[in-house]
Design a protein around this ligand. Structure first.
Ligand SMILES: Nc1ncnc2c1ncn2[C@@H]1O[C@H](COP(=O)(O)OP(=O)(O)OP(=O)(O)O)[C@@H](O)[C@H]1O
Length: 266
């Protein structure tokens, strides 16, 4: 028997008021999408296609107008939002660290709210810093502005993992970083996802990153999921927009193969 999905969107719709007029714009329009336990799903689409809105419906930062979002077998409407969010780590683009709080205190936010004993929190902070490959003695007492963008994102990941969630929601987590750092952090996060047996939903506009990191990709356009599948399945999809999104990574791969002969072998 197939396992029940860990996150399931069923005919979900979410609209927002459109400025001055009474018309509402559907940011998410009749989306049905299942995410299995242990899966790494990337949600890919252009700016404004509804990716972040879809993510925020999972942890109740937003509520759907209609349809249903299930997490771990429960309708999220029936779960206390604070309790729900403790089960789901959330990483966003700018790092979202509290600027006046030291790295250790940023990471400790949720364990403190949960009332963990101080010694346990201190040990967990060190464990998490190690997990995201930041030197404890160098970084635990720094303020966010004393860190590079990549280091801030590492702290963001550590903070999201603090209370040992099974699910990670990530909104363009590495989008603002230089390509090399983005690539390194992506690979390292992928290893963490596997090692900690996480279920990850990552929003990105970068199809190349999605192809390299995710098990499966859902493509959004104007609020709808227009295609979903593993990279090889997307490659055979008939939807013209999917072909358009795959054109850049394909062209890059061809050019790199021509410029760096033998690169694909290594
Ligand atoms: N709080 C809000 N109030 C009004 N409109 C909103 C709100 N949040 C999102 N929208 C609108 O919903 C649509 C989808 O936005 P969303 O942020 O989900 O897209 P996105 O694909 O994540 O874009 P980006 O990649 O730029 O972050 C956009 O038209 C946006 O303007």
């Amino acid at each position: 028997m197939a396992l029940a999905p860990l996150i399931a969107y069923a005919h979900v719709r979410k609209s927002f008021a459109n400025g001055h007029d009474a018309e509402r714009v559907a940011a998410v329009d009749d989306v049905s999408l299942d995410i299995a336990a242990g899966e790494f799903l990337a949600i890919v689409g252009a700016s404004g296609s509804g990716k972040s809105t879809l993510l925020r419906l999972a942890n109740r930062l937003l509520a759907p107008d209609s349809g249903r979002v299930m997490v771990e077998g429960e309708d999220v409407r029936d779960v206390d939002p604070v309790r729900l969010r403790r089960r789901m780590g959330y990483v966003f683009q700018s790092g979202g660290l509290f600027p006046h709080m030291r790295v250790a205190d940023n990471i400790a936010v949720t364990p403190r709210l949960l009332g963990w004993p101080a010694a346990e929190i201190a040990a967990r902070v060190d464990e998490l810093l190690e997990l995201v490959r930041l030197d404890c003695s160098l970084h635990r007492d720094r303020l966010p502005h004393e860190l590079s963008g990549g280091q801030q994102q590492r702290v963001g990941v550590a903070r999201a993992l603090a209370a040992r969630p099974r699910i990670m929601l990530m909104d363009e987590p590495f989008g603002a970083l230089d390509p090399l750092t983005r690539d390194t952090l992506g690979d390292e996060y992928r290893a963490l996802h596997r090692r900690l047996a996480l279920t990850t939903v990552m929003v990105t506009h970068d199809m190349t990153a999605a192809l390299l990191l995710a098990d499966r990709i859902a493509v959004m356009r104007a609020g709808r999921v227009v295609a979903q599948g593993q990279p090889a399945e997307l490659s055979n999809d008939n939807e013209p927009y999917v072909a358009e999104l795959l054109r850049t990574p394909r062209r890059q791969a061809e050019r790199l193969n021509a410029l760096l002969p033998g690169a694909s072998a290594g």
